[in-house]
Design a protein around this ligand. Structure first.
Ligand SMILES: [Zn+2]
Length: 115
């Protein structure tokens, strides 16, 4: 089982950084964790967000967000939601089901023809 982070959306903000007060350093990143098995690609339901300031090199945690940042966050979260990944079944899964059906059919055929 492999785990991978998918970046759904990133956005630069021109809001003031709560830490260094710079106006051109903040960036939102929205990610979704994905688990990959032989049969499925299964993304997590939850979207994780991170607010990073490139000016002071800090992660800005939600407790320090201003109302303006909250507003920009709500807007960008909607964009991230539209890029969200959903469960995907890999071809191997279908191959396995078809193989199983053929085996069942073959067994049934042998049983019937031996009656
Ligand atoms: Zn900063």
């Amino acid at each position: 089982m492999k785990k991978k982070l998918l970046t759904l959306h990133t956005a630069r903000l021109n809001n003031n950084c709560p830490t260094c007060f710079g106006t051109d350093g903040l960036e939102f990143t929205f990610v979704q964790e994905k688990t990959e098995t032989l049969f499925f690609k299964k993304p997590a339901k939850q979207i994780d967000k991170k607010l990073y300031c490139h000016t002071c090199k800090n992660i800005i945690y939600p407790v320090n967000w201003t109302e303006d940042i909250e507003r920009v966050y709500a807007y960008n979260k909607k964009i991230a939601e539209t890029n969200k990944h959903y469960l995907k079944v890999k071809p191997l899964f279908y191959i396995l089901i078809i193989t199983a059906l053929i085996v069942v059919a073959a067994i049934a055929y042998i049983l019937i023809s031996n009656l």
